[in-house]
Write a protein that binds this ligand. Sequence first.
Ligand code: NAD
Length: 718
Amino acid sequence: MDALQCKLEDGGVLIATMDLPGHAMNVLNDELALPLAELATRLESDAEVKALILRSAKPDFLAGADVDRLHALTTAQEAFEESMRFKAFIRRLERCGKPVVAVLNGRCLGGGLEIAMGCHWRIVVNDGKARLGLPEVKLGLLPGGGGTQRLPRLVGMQQALQWMMEGTELRAEPALAAGLVHELAADAEEALFKARAWIAQQGSKKPQQPWDAPKFRYPGGDSRSPAVAQLMSVAPSMASSKSWGNYPALTHILSSVFEGGLTDIDRALAIESRYFAACVTTPASRNLISTLWYQLNALKKGASRPAGYEPGRIRKLGVIGAGMMGAGIAHEAAAKGISVVLLDQSMEAAERGKQHSRWLLDKDVKNGRRTSEQREAQLALITPCNDYRYLDGCELVIEAVFEDRAVKAVVTKTAEAVLTPDAVFASNTSTLPITGLAEASLRPEQFIGLHFFSPVERMPLVEIICGQLTSEATLARAFDFVQQIGKTPIVVNDARGFYTSRVFATYVMEGIALLAEGVHPRAIEVAGQQAGMPMPPLALQDEVSLSLALHVLDQARSDLEAAGQAWREHPAEGALRRMAELGRIGKKAGMGFYDWSDEGRQLWPGLAELFPLAAEQPPQAELIDRMMLVQANEAARCLEEGVLRSVADANIGSILGWGFAPFQGGALQFINAMGLPAFVTRCRELSARHGERFDPAPLLVRMAERGERFEEGGPSRP
Ligand code: NAD
């Protein structure tokens, strides 16, 4: 079967249907790009062909570029030539003098939208699945197939920049309203009908793209217009201040749009390719592609799922505890059509949990993401109750009750009494070891940890924790459920703090340790953000609450001491206690390291007295190193201790779980990027000055000696 199937209809309309064999979706690899280029030749030279309709036989029009090819580019010259070669056929399509219509269905992203923008007329199948956008920035790239030139010429520079810099994916209606597409159709058949009708209307007129017309003007003005000049005078510094200069693609997109707006489309397309080449070779792009493309896809395909178990689907889920987490989990499951029993101590509490779902759905209805019928149908799937008998028939139960071993033990026993023998019981505990919690269970092999993150509806990751006795079948069931509700699972073994909480804590604690040493709090906060973390450490600790951190520390200490092991106090611990003694326990109290108010947050002036500034302040790079190396080193320890099972889990878990600087490609990729010998040397320097938490993980020392690296994502991975 050909990737591009062409059929010439009576009247000379050529219908070209993209259907890449052996792929779930169309991507722009050679198999498709070459016939597309031939199509342009045919259109130019075959007199029998009067018009073209380009469409897809797959559920998506075209999901984007072939990342394998991008990943294989090593030099800027190669990248420039590749980009110029790819987009040449689009330019030929738009200048062939015959009408070219794109029928867009499902995802029309990256290269897909770039081709569509090279067609004279764009019709979207509006069945709720359409997504249009140029999300290249998410992989550290800029749209190199004409996107940075055609999009601003269609919708204006400001709008185009916003979409490209945020990687926005638009639905059909806003795309129509913005002028990105011309028509909507209810289904593929109607789209085809409309396409033929538009072609017929053209008669003998030679269609032309707006930018090829002599009097073309950018909507909202080109780069010489005062409005755009003003925008461009501040946009680069705004972009850099938001990204702290860690994402070169952002400024390259700005430059490409601005410089392209000073000249004609052909020169502009060449300018774009130069910026594309500059992006492809950046470490940020290579890290992002390795982790957020290859490793993430590998995890989504089940790299961490035990093989040999039939894929399972949950039809009825039990959630015990309808608080913040339980309500969120119930909402996410119902959104995927799962019946949920939401159980709490009282009907009132259970109802409140369901109310959370209504509140979220009301917002969706208001902004058009759902109809009120869909809202009611989803709500009807959640049954609030305070009676365990309702759990009968649940294939999976997740408890999200108070973080208290005794409460969790009672809940486990009571639930198991009504569950069928093969049901799985999961705990959403954030800190309590799963093996210990499973002691309350009569069937610990069917007991597992499902660690969701808050807020559940926004956080994409679930950390699955296997206790010592958890069976592979249980893990497979839990894994399938996490995917069923559209989240990304990582799988870890049981240990204090599991993986995410343990490593995340090292970042925040290092920030507090710096404060205790007398480093200026603003310098600490700026360093956290410069390092690429989503929030600075002191503000983050305020959000999480200082009392919670102390509770976790106390619990860990008493568990260790009970096991006869010595407790080593972290240098941040004393500072946390001093703050808590003053009642400054974080955002929920309105005061912590910051004073919190409705207007925002301000560093608490009293910090100066509590933690007097040291006479000598370390350079900013030192602060960044401390906060990043401490995390990466701890992640390596997790791998060495077997808490982590794979490098992909480590990297993805760090980015999706606690926002570890995405441009670094995750906590272990960070070590690769720095180079293992350099990382080990730097850790030793820091350890000599600041303590053993910086001792390089023995695994790293061994790997550095052998010249090894952590495996990176690439095309050869499953
Ligand atoms: P929460 O206090 O908001 O909710 C707990 C709910 O459990 C309450 O509605 C309470 O009435 C109910 N409950 C208590 N005992 C019960 C019992 N015996 N039977 C039935 N219901 C009972 O707490 P939360 O923040 O939703 O946290 C719940 C669990 O999730 C905890 O184990 C917590 O550690 C974990 N967790 C929390 C977060 C977070 O950010 N809040 C993140 C990950 C995991």
